[in-house]
Write a protein that binds this ligand. Structure first.
Ligand SMILES: *Cc1c(COP(=O)(O)O)cnc(C)c1O
Length: 425
């Protein structure tokens, strides 16, 4: 067995996420990561152009974060968070309150983005239940993505992958995302849905729909939708799992909006890519609906590793970096760099729907798909051969690299994209 490499040994027992193993048996073994670079078991280097699914925004194995967590490890590793509390959780709550929208007041911990949204949905449903309102339906955007647990799957736009589970979903009604020209129609549809269904909450990815291929949409349109929901006592659940922590150029995408959410779901970059954790925050008003002499009105949801001290410490160290002048400068630098790259390629005949918000940059490769049966996989291979880890979504190419990415690493990504424009056409 020892003369097999990791990729080969992987195939004996491992079952990977989002993978049809019969079609894609082979996994690439990564043995090390530092800054924006991943190293595979053969020694090849890749620039991590998507910050490993937008998690390690301060670079891999960031010394500030790993040292803080190593010290915490000697102090307190884990303790039950029901009946106990600890400094990393308290300090993280204070740090988060300084960067979250002003109306947020209470934090509920869990382990990943799906559980963060699951809890957001449960908060919205039980809020109305506790108030004696008969509201059991959720409102969501078409093509939204909120995770893979049952509640999260239910509110996500129907996917071909969900076929086996659809009969077990909670009830959800949907509206399209606002684009130029369709807002009036959406608002009409929304008012009709509100009159026909008892809607408890509206869950939305503010301004950027990540899994829907970095779709960016109209903030003014979102504002109108949020306004109508708020007027009708529909709780606003912002899924900032992808957009949170500086990627849009502000701490949260909701910072661009006048109307602030009642509930915010956070994960991914929360813990800077070191450990899994999530937080669902809410307003005092939401919390008060659960605060009661009646034990059954509490939120009886809990995970074993809730508010793990190491994960809280990683999050705290991450927020220290995010709010530092250095990282704020990096964010501006990467934004400007993407902008200049966008200027360079925008006139290219294969570049369509170019878009950017903060450090998130995307465009669609405008080629005839049938000429490239498996365009997406060919693109992926093109980038990896160049030593660039980008993960195209269909024909959408996007960059969401660490804030700390070096200029020459950015140029390596751009160069590979430009040669892809030459190769696929
Ligand atoms: C990734 C993601 C999730 C799910 O998070 P997991 O940690 O993968 O469960 C939910 N919502 C959005 C917007 C995401 O990008």
């Amino acid at each position: 067995m020892q003369n097999k490499n990791l990729s080969q040994r992987d195939q004996e027992h491992l079952w990977h996420p989002l993978t049809q193993h019969k079609l894609s048996p082979e996994m690439l073994a990564i043995v090390r990561a530092k800054g924006s670079i991943l190293y595979d078991e053969n020694g090849k280097e890749y620039v991590d152009g998507i910050a490993s699914w937008y998690t390690c925004m301060y670079g891999h194995c960031n010394d500030h974060i790993t040292q803080r967590v190593a010290a915490q490890m000697q102090q307190l590793d884990q303790v039950v968070f029901s009946g106990f509390t600890h400094a990393p959780a308290v300090e993280l709550s204070e740090a988060l309150m300084k960067i979250l929208p002003e109306n947020q007041q209470k934090l509920f911990f869990s382990d990943n983005g799906s559980t963060a949204t699951e809890i957001g949905i449960k908060m919205a449903l039980q809020y109305h239940h506790n108030l004696g309102n008969d509201r059991k339906v959720m409102l969501a955007f078409e093509e939204g993505f909120h995770g893979d647990t049952f509640g999260a799957m239910s509110v996500s736009g129907l996917s071909v992958y969900n076929g086996a589970f659809e009969d077990h979903f909670i009830e959800v009604v949907r509206i399209p995302v606002p684009k130029r020209g369709n807002l009036e129609e959406i608002l009409k549809q929304l008012k009709k849905l509100i009159s026909e269904f008892n809607i408890a909450g509206f869950i939305y990815e503010p301004l950027v729909q990540g899994a829907a291929a970095m779709k960016m949409y109209d903030p003014a349109g979102l504002e109108e939708i949020l306004k109508i929901c708020r007027e009708n006592a529909i709780l606003l659940v912002a899924d900032e799992v992808m957009t949170g922590f500086g990627k849009t150029g502000k701490y949260f995408a909701s910072d661009y909006m006048q109307i602030k959410p009642d509930i915010i779901c956070m994960s991914k970059a929360l813990t800077a890519g070191l450990l899994p954790m999530a937080v669902t925050s809410c307003t005092q008003q939401v919390y008060d609906a659960f605060y009661s002499d009646d034990i059954a009105k509490g939120l009886f949801h809990g995970h074993t590793y809730t508010a793990n001290p190491l994960a809280c410490t990683a999050a705290l160290a991450g927020i220290e970096l995010l709010t530092s002048e250095e990282i704020q400068k990096d964010i501006q630098r990467v934004m400007q760099s993407h902008k200049e790259f966008g200027e360079r390629i925008k006139a290219h005949p294969k570049v369509a729907n170019m878009r950017q918000l903060g450090v998130i940059f995307a465009f669609d490769l405008d080629v005839k798909m049938e000429r490239y049966g498996n365009l997406r996989n060919q693109l992926f291979k093109h980038f990896m051969d160049d030593g660039v880890f980008l993960r195209p979504l269909g024909n959408t190419i996007y960059i969401s690299a660490p804030f700390t990415i070096l200029d020459d690493e950015l140029q390596k990504i751009y160069k590979s994209i430009e040669s892809a424009l030459g190769n696929f056409g």
